[in-house]
Design a protein around this ligand. Structure first.
Ligand code: GAL
Length: 444
């Protein structure tokens, strides 16, 4: 078996020694006593003072927005305490779901200029990088850190190819959620969030009659996110999963019916004046112009932590219609790119990501539950306590997210993006289904 270079090279000692040996502050120049001022000879050009080469780690993500940055910051602070000799370079690029970040990252990887570690969703999104040999095998790091039996089996499978593990997951997010303000429902005479999309459409009539929008939505990735939750709610777990493994026929009558439901849901949304990102869409629910938004549980981080709103009093959440008992999961993970410039420091970052402390600092802020199974449950309160319970309940059915990299590789995902852009315009379910079926066959 080929041996890989050690994952635990000691890189910090040298950097620390050279920082401590940093040059002393210079004495102020003594004035020459009484000598008449001479024309100073031109000074030879000075070399800039040599700084002790500080070790650094450049970490790439898309967590810049409210509710996301706080989680990352919490983990960065812990990393800095544990690794005082490493400068943390936060290379986050704004834009929900990484729409902007992923494009920039692709260019950097293409140019052979990777950051030292980058965010990738567990699942087929990561598998693309593994197949393209963009990321290093982390199996030895897993063995050294004892992580293998600290992660759920299914999650480990989503980051493993040919027995090698390629990323370090920090969390589990749930995508299939519908969010609302209890007082808004009360004022409208609505007894609770809809249990099916059909019921949602019935509520939408009441909501429209009262001059409000039923569903706030944002840019295209949020529409894709909505699409996956409607497909899940209408088709159920097995048929939904079949959409991604070829077992469910996209052109079947039931998928067309589910797509028709998606069209209806869009028609009672504010898509014509859609919000710029997921946070401004969520703001419309808080200010009462819209009643619901479908979003992943990073919204709990935004409302509950960043905005300090009260769970159950100021906001509430339920499984998206038709998906009670189902966890449509995604997982943010960090990688070690091939040709990372600060490899040893990147490993330190990955150790932070994989640690109980790192995860328990990050996730309560971020609105996600820890990837590790041995995290401190007492840190997860309110919505997150129920999320953790549901995630760990053996009766919960688990499916993977489309919009967040689990079930579609990048080529298939971007074909769906193109088709969805057209579908949202022309609302032709059959044409969309045909385009996606064709794309699946072409990209699998
Ligand atoms: C997802 C990501 C989440 C959250 C969300 C909105 O793709 O996994 O952590 O950041 O986008 O930006």
């Amino acid at each position: 078996m080929r041996r890989h270079s050690s994952l635990f090279a000691l890189s910090l000692t040298a950097a620390l020694v050279s920082i401590l040996a940093c040059s002393k502050a210079k004495e102020p120049a003594k004035e020459a006593a009484k000598e008449p001022a001479k024309e100073a000879p031109p000074e030879p050009a000075k070399e800039p003072p040599k700084e002790a080469a500080k070790d650094q780690v450049e970490v790439f993500s898309w967590w810049t927005g409210q509710g996301e940055q706080e989680g990352l910051d919490a983990m960065i602070a812990d990393f800095k305490t544990k690794n005082p000799g490493i400068e943390f370079v936060n290379a986050a690029v704004s834009g929900g779901a990484g729409t902007n970040a992923k494009a920039i990252l692709a260019n950097r990887l293409q140019a052979g200029n990777p950051p030292d570690s980058y965010q990738r969703h567990a699942g087929l999104e990561l598998a693309d990088d593994i197949k393209a040999a963009k990321v290093e095998d982390l199996t030895k790091l897993y063995e050294a850190q004892g992580w293998k039996d600290k992660l759920p089996k299914g999650l480990l499978e989503a980051i493993t190819i040919d027995g090698k593990i390629y990323s370090v997951p920090v969390n589990i997010h749930r995508a299939n959620l519908i969010w609302f303000v209890p007082k808004t429902l009360q004022a409208l005479g609505i007894s609770g969030p809809p249990k099916t999309w059909k019921e949602f459409m019935a509520q939408a009539k009441t909501i429209k009659a009262k001059g409000k929008t039923a569903l706030a939505i944002g840019p295209q990735w949020t529409q894709k996110h909505l699409l996956e939750t409607v497909l899940l709610g209408e088709l159920g777990t097995d048929k939904y999963t079949g959409l991604w493994n070829g077992k469910t026929d996209w052109k079947s009558a039931e998928v067309t019916a589910a797509l028709d439901m998606f069209k209806q849901v869009l028609s009672v949304s504010d898509i014509k004046s859609s919000a710029a990102d997921w946070q401004p869409a969520a703001d419309r629910v808080i200010d009462g112009t819209a009643v619901y938004t479908v979003m992943g549980d990073w919204l709990d981080g935004y409302w509950g932590r960043a905005k300090k709103l009260g769970y159950k009093t100021d906001y509430d959440v339920a499984p998206s219609p038709g998906s009670t008992g189902i966890y449509d999961f995604l997982s943010d993970s960090f990688t070690l790119p091939v040709a990372a410039k600060h490899r040893a420091a990147a490993e330190k970052w990955l150790i932070e990501c994989g640690s109980v402390e790192g995860q328990d600092l990050f996730n309560p802020q971020k609105g996600s539950v820890p990837a590790r199974t041995d995290a401190d449950k007492s840190k997860y309160k309110d919505y997150l306590a129920t999320a953790l319970k549901d995630w760990q309940d053996p009766a919960t059915k688990i499916v993977g997210s489309l919009a967040h990299g689990v079930v579609a590789n990048n080529a298939f995902g971007s074909e769906i993006d193109t088709a969805l852009g057209i579908f949202v315009e022309n609302r032709d379910s059959a044409a969309f289904a045909a385009a996606v079926a064709k794309a699946y066959a072409a990209t699998k």
